[in-house]
Design a protein around this ligand. Structure first.
Ligand code: AHM
Ligand code: MG
Length: 336
């Protein structure tokens, strides 16, 4: 009976990744093991985030624990959890975290073939008020013969093998691509498992939403200004677009993937490179958006073709529905 099959045949994220990996017999389950450790990190952060408000109310945050240490801030705690999960997987080599100035080189006894770039808890301005925040990650594989240096992660986004994010919102949602489309999984708290709830996500070709910090409009360049002007006062007789901006990249991109539209963090006169980081914000999100059938643009080029010179480099970013990104590309082309 079909309805019974639905209820009993749960597609967990592990099972899904194992299935996908059958495309690459040489992967030997290493990527599955690595992703399982990332998933563990996400579950831990999810549980900490959901307890954070409560801990504050009952006076836990800021108190010292039995060892006399101060309770760690959520972003610092998340970073430690992810680093430990990644290192202990035995599958990683070079790690880059938004929270660490320098790249981390895994000790030789625990080294593997994968490099992981990540932002353990993005959306810092939303942490203390309980608004959605998230973890973003991208995975590279060491090239044949590479020894594991910072050069191994200073690679274009096109070289990424997999990317994803986990959103800690009204539910905990993990969106992943290993290069064959995009799938979304929702944490079932009673099982402690991520279950496939959004198979084969495709971003709508054109959207009705634009998402940008308009408080920066004073400093914007011509194309960004024109794009937003068009969104509000369309000249072709179409309806104006809606504005949605959460200020958490994970939540803003998640909505863009599901509902369509454009998310932008442009460069401006004050910050020519914008705010968002190439390796662990721009690349993973651009990878997912392209895998879902959308586009991602820096104002000059396809975002995934950037080659970062430093691990914390920034870039302007426009990503989302194909038609909407096409429009901003045309505005930049007309300007140059
Ligand atoms: P963070 O690393 O301090 O959390 O900053 C990254 C966040 C993104 O999640 C979000 O897209 C952007 O900053 C919002 O920036 P702004 O507050 O300037 O609009
Ligand atoms: Mg960040």
């Amino acid at each position: 009976h079909a309805a019974d099959a639905m209820r009993t045949d749960l597609m967990t994220i592990t099972r899904h990744v194992l299935n996908e990996q059958s495309r690459f017999p040489e992967a030997r389950g290493d990527l599955t093991i690595l992703l399982n450790n990332i998933v563990l990190g996400c579950k831990f952060v999810c549980s900490s985030v959901s307890k954070a408000g409560l801990a504050k109310l009952i006076g836990l945050a800021g108190e010292t624990n039995v060892q006399g240490e101060e309770q760690k801030k959520l972003d610092v705690l998340s970073n430690h959890v992810f680093i430990n999960a990644l290192v202990s997987s035995g599958r990683t080599n070079v790690l880059v975290s938004e929270e660490n100035e320098e790249a981390i080189f895994v000790e030789s006894s625990k080294r593997g073939r994968y490099c992981v770039v990540f932002d353990p808890l993005d959306g810092s301005s939303n942490i203390d008020c309980g608004v959605s925040i998230g973890t973003i990650f991208g995975i590279y594989m060491l090239k044949e013969g590479a020894s594991g240096t910072v050069e191994d992660v200073l690679q274009p986004g096109t070289a990424m093998l997999a990317a994803g994010y986990c959103m800690y919102g009204s539910s905990c949602t993990l969106v992943l691509s290993t290069g064959a489309g995009v799938n979304g999984f929702t944490l079932d708290p009673s099982l402690g498992e991520f279950i496939l709830t959004h198979p084969n996500i495709k971003i709508p070709k054109k959207g009705k939403i634009y998402s940008v910090n308009e408080g920066n409009a004073k400093h914007w360049d011509g194309p960004t200004t024109k794009y937003v002007e068009n969104a509000k006062f369309p000249k072709d007789g179409s309806s104006p677009k809606s504005l949605r901006y959460i200020g958490s990249m994970v939540a803003d991109v998640h909505r863009t993937l599901l509902y369509g539209g454009i998310f932008m963090y442009p460069g401006d006169k004050k910050s020519p490179k914008g705010k968002l980081r190439v390796l662990y914000e721009v690349f993973p999100m651009s990878f997912l958006v392209e895998q879902a059938g959308g586009q991602s643009f820096t104002g000059k080029q396809r975002a995934l073709e950037l080659v970062p010179a430093h691990i914390h480099d920034r870039s302007p970013i426009f990503l989302g529905s194909s038609d909407d990104v096409e429009e901003i590309k045309a505005l930049y082309a007309a300007e140059s």
